[in-house]
Structure formats: C-alpha cells, structure tokens
Design a protein around this ligand. Structure first.
Ligand SMILES: [Zn+2]
Length: 109
C-alpha cells in the first residue's frame, strides 16, 4: 500500500535524487582573465584582441589560489563549478523543508 503522498517528502526525494548528477562538482569560482602575452607582433599587441586565461579561484588549505585551466577544458570546468551552486541550493531547500517538518512535529508533542 502506498501512503498518501506528502508533497514535501516528494520534493525532498526529488532533490536528493538530483544530487547524484552533481557528483563531478568543483569548488571555487570560475574566472576569465584577459591578458596580453607581451609579444610585439602578436594580435594582442593592440590591447584589444587579448588572450583569455581561464582560472579556478579557490581556497586550498585555507589559502586563495588561482589555478590555470587549459582553454579546451574551460567550458567543462565552468559547468562543474555551476554544479556546486546547484548542489548548495538543493541542500538549502532540503534543510528548509526539514526545519519546517521538525517545527511542525515539535508542536504536536
Ligand atoms: Zn599575444
């Protein structure tokens, strides 16, 4: 027999199940810097067509680091960092929901 559905529990289950797809998440923030390489004949010498340098800005052992990322991995890294944001937003939604349930249960004791 299936119990009458509780929308909160259904939502919580859905949120929990969504976390698995975020397992490749990365910490920190994604940074794109524009820079010139210093070569006088390069396209960047005009100061407009600059090179992109992609980085992960992240705390490693409590110290801020900027880790360089090869351009071909930049989009993948950007998505993985975005996963972390979605993970945290799902965790916050689960906590809100659990708090609501806890407070309700406390009242009925
Ligand atoms: Zn250049």
């Amino acid at each position: 027999m299936k119990r009458p559905s509780d929308p909160d529990l259904e939502l919580r289950g859905k949120l929990i199940r969504s976390l698995g797809s975020l397992r490749e998440m990365l910490p920190g923030s994604f940074v794109e810097r524009k820079r010139s390489c210093g070569q006088p004949n390069c396209r960047c010498a005009d100061g407009k067509n600059l090179h992109s340098q992609f980085q992960i800005s992240v705390l490693v052992d409590g110290k801020p680091k900027a880790l360089n990322i090869p351009a071909e991995l930049a989009e993948q890294v950007r998505e993985k960092i975005e996963m972390r944001r979605r993970f945290e937003s799902a965790a916050a939604a689960i906590c809100r929901l659990n708090l609501k349930r806890f407070l309700k249960e406390k009242e009925t004791r």
